[in-house]
Design a protein around this ligand. Structure first.
Ligand SMILES: *[C@@H]1O[C@H](CO)[C@@H](O)[C@H](O)[C@H]1NC(C)=O
Ligand SMILES: *[C@@H]1O[C@H](CO)[C@@H](O)[C@H](O)[C@H]1NC(C)=O
Ligand SMILES: *[C@@H]1O[C@H](CO)[C@@H](O)[C@H](O)[C@H]1NC(C)=O
Length: 236
């Protein structure tokens, strides 16, 4: 057992990592095409903010549930300071119940004490339900990592090996940052309208009725016209 004062001295040598990144998540737009915005604020001293002009990389790892997807073509046209890598092929046609969750890596450079990242997400088609007209989709908070020396006060003890950039040509060691989410929420939720199973018989019957009525009217008109024509020919 080490004497108390030596323990105290050793503790003083270990830097205190007490800062947390404050994060606000919002879903913008309505309907099936949304913008998931993540705003990160750091409390950094002025001289550190000045040093950030050298690249200070951030990595957000999003775990998107099967109810939503990202469109890889659309992601390549995001602003230059945001690069995205998706860990699997995305089938944009597949319904929610036939889709796996997606792991999305978002890379950005921190150039000030605030960073805002917008990821366009799209809602997948959901199976009709007999219980609810809406489906609730929960998007969990992302994990935030950095390789930036200036952010060491924010680092957690946990680190991961992950792609260095969206080219995925090499792996880097990323340090996890401590975060504080808005209102302590662990996820952001969105509600989407879905078909109601009990309505499907009604919808099916109505569709059939409308289609058949259309057909009958059409056939009747065609027959009437040809009969009229024949009558006119006879008259001539
Ligand atoms: C971050 O900065 C580095 C060095 O300037 C650059 O190579 C990289 O493309 C930048 N990353 C992003 C996501 O803009
Ligand atoms: C990155 O590349 C490694 C091997 O080179 C591969 O195992 C991994 O799945 C790739 N990751 C992504 C997100 O594409
Ligand atoms: C709703 O569907 C489930 C399974 O799909 C079924 O077990 C349940 O009885 C249905 N409830 C009603 C009210 O139809």
């Amino acid at each position: 057992m080490l004497p108390f004062y030596i323990m105290l001295f050793l503790q003083l040598l270990i830097p205190v990592k007490s800062k947390s990144v404050e994060i606000t998540r919002t879903l913008k737009q309505e309907g099936f095409h949304r913008d998931l915005e993540t705003v990160l604020s750091f409390k950094l001293e002025k001289e550190i903010v000045e040093k950030l002009t050298w690249s200070c990389q951030l990595l957000l790892v999003e775990n998107l549930p099967s109810g939503v997807y990202v469109d890889v073509d659309q992601l390549s046209s995001l602003p230059d300071n945001i690069q995205v890598l998706v860990d699997s092929d995305v089938d944009i046609e597949a319904p929610e119940y036939a889709s796996p969750p997606l792991l999305v890596y978002i890379f950005t450079n921190l150039t000030s004490d605030r960073s805002s990242i917008t990821l366009p997400v799209h809602v997948r088609y959901h199976r009709p339900s007999n219980v609810s007209e809406y489906a609730q989709i929960l998007i969990e908070n992302p994990k935030i990592y950095s390789t930036c020396l200036h952010l060491s006060d924010y680092e957690n003890t946990e680190g991961i090996g992950a792609p260095c950039d969206n080219q995925n040509s090499s792996q880097c060691l990323w340090n996890r940052l401590q975060v504080l989410y808005n209102e302590g929420k662990s996820a952001i939720s969105l509600q989407v309208p879905i078909g109601v199973e009990q309505h499907s018989l009604f919808v099916g019957a109505t569709t059939l009725l409308v289609t058949m009525t259309g057909c009958v009217i059409l056939v009747w008109k065609i027959v009437k016209k040809s009969v009229d024509l024949q009558m006119r020919k006879k008259q001539l």
